[in-house]
Design a protein around this ligand. Structure first.
Ligand code: AMP
Length: 217
């Protein structure tokens, strides 16, 4: 089963994606996470991507495409995958269709998680993430704080704030989403693959709605 998780930054794609990955035993493939790992490892790709990411802009398609086609061809994606953060524009969606065709695969469902902009800004500004990549637990300073300030409840590692989770960059990211990514709703609706999900309210309720949509597709 091959799923796309769509929606603006802060909609909960990563959180819900992890839950779905565990439920269906398929990997969550996040282009943002792969790019951030490249930035922190100082790879050539990371060096090229960093300035775009810190400005809240999209990394050039060619860089992301090579990265994602390598990732989707890996063995753990054989039984399915959940894509988070890709595609981000129509050119990427077309390229994805081509890559998947080459692997004799296709998208089964594109889920678009909806959250109003004002709530997204609040969610992103307060977001803190565990530095331990194997853990990666997420917190929010107001809505879901860790028990000890700056420390992950789950593994005891330090928490960090993403460089692009600051107020100036959030505006740019939401603008990019509206202009370049939101048109994909129409793209996947035309292909009868799109399902909108209300991303407000308790996390468990949102997961249940998504699971219903996936199982009933
Ligand atoms: P995310 O973690 O999905 O919010 O992505 C963080 C940043 O990584 C984005 O603001 C972009 O700069 C970059 N990025 C992630 N996925 C893509 C993509 N599919 N195409 C271009 N840039 C991306």
């Amino acid at each position: 089963m091959n799923l796309l998780l769509m929606g603006p930054p802060g909609a909960g794609k990563g959180t819900q994606g992890k839950r779905l990955g565990a439920k269906y035993s398929i990997p969550l493939v996040s282009t943002g996470d792969i790019l951030r790992a490249n930035v922190s490892d100082g790879t050539d790709l990371g060096k090229k991507a960093k300035s775009f990411m810190n400005a809240g802009e999209l990394v050039p398609d060619a860089l992301v495409l090579e990265m994602i086609s390598d990732r989707l061809a890996q063995e753990d994606c054989a039984k399915g995958f959940i894509l988070d953060g890709f595609p981000r524009n129509t050119a990427q969606a077309e390229s994805l269709a081509g890559v998947l065709e080459g692997l004799s695969k296709s998208i089964d469902l594109a889920l678009g998680i909806d959250v109003p902009d004002a709530e997204l800004v609040k969610r992103l500004c307060g977001r803190r993430i565990c530095t331990n990549k194997a853990c990666g637990s997420g917190y929010h300073l107001d809505f879901d704080p860790p028990k000890a300030e700056g420390i992950c409840d789950d593994c005891g590692s330090e928490l960090y704030q993403r460089a692009d989770d600051c107020e100036e960059t959030i505006g740019a990211r939401l603008k990019v989403y509206g202009e370049q990514t939101a048109p994909l709703i129409e793209y996947y609706t035309e292909r009868k693959l799109f399902k909108a999900i209300d991303g407000t309210g308790p996390l468990d309720g949102i997961t249940a709605i998504i699971v219903d949509a996936v199982d009933g597709r």
